[in-house]
Design a protein around this ligand. Sequence first.
Ligand code: PEP
Length: 230
Amino acid sequence: MLIALNYKMNGRKTFHLNQLETIKKLNKKGTNLVLCPSFVFLHLFKFKNKNIFLGAQDIAAVNNGKSTGQTSAQMLNEFGVKYVIVGHSERRKDGETDEQISQKVKNAIENNITPIICVGANADEDVSKTLKTQLKFALKHVKTGNNIVVAYEPVWAIGTGRTPTVKEINFAANLIKKQLEKSKINAQILYGGSVNDKNFNELKTANIDGFLLGGVSLETKKLVKIISGV
Ligand code: PEP
């Protein structure tokens, strides 16, 4: 199972250091953890655990040059970042385009960083249609053999306390798998959106490979319950 933690623009230095100490001790066999803090906190995340990986929350669509405020794939790779979240709905809402997302995925792969590609529809959108379009762009530069992760995150479930049913998650996961098969791409599929220590046991029965956790990443006790219960 793969569990990625998206801390978003949250957490302070002491929080991260304390939580990391707790997480390091968990060492759950068969569970890989990806920790995605804000860029300024990446340097705090020092660990030797083979099942913990460093992740970033974004990556530049260009590789270098006149891009004030951006962080390139090469820079992240040099820093030891192994995963990057791409196309999160909070970024799409801020104007990130499908074209930029496909470029970010390409840059990540070319620099040995596994993109965690977020896809998901708004409540008033057609799930199949939205996922197909988002994936068409996101997979544009992905080739057979590349490592990628796709996170199904219905926009209406993010931070709302509402989750889809296991049946709905399976429907979306199947749709994603079919589109990946067409392009002969292997990927791990995650679910993300209001996962917590209460609904985790139910949601983990879905036909997926893991989870992308947002809000609950900030609640260490609940997080430990989730990781221990895998
Ligand atoms: C997310 O933003 O990727 C996410 C899963 O958030 P939350 O768990 O808070 O819904």
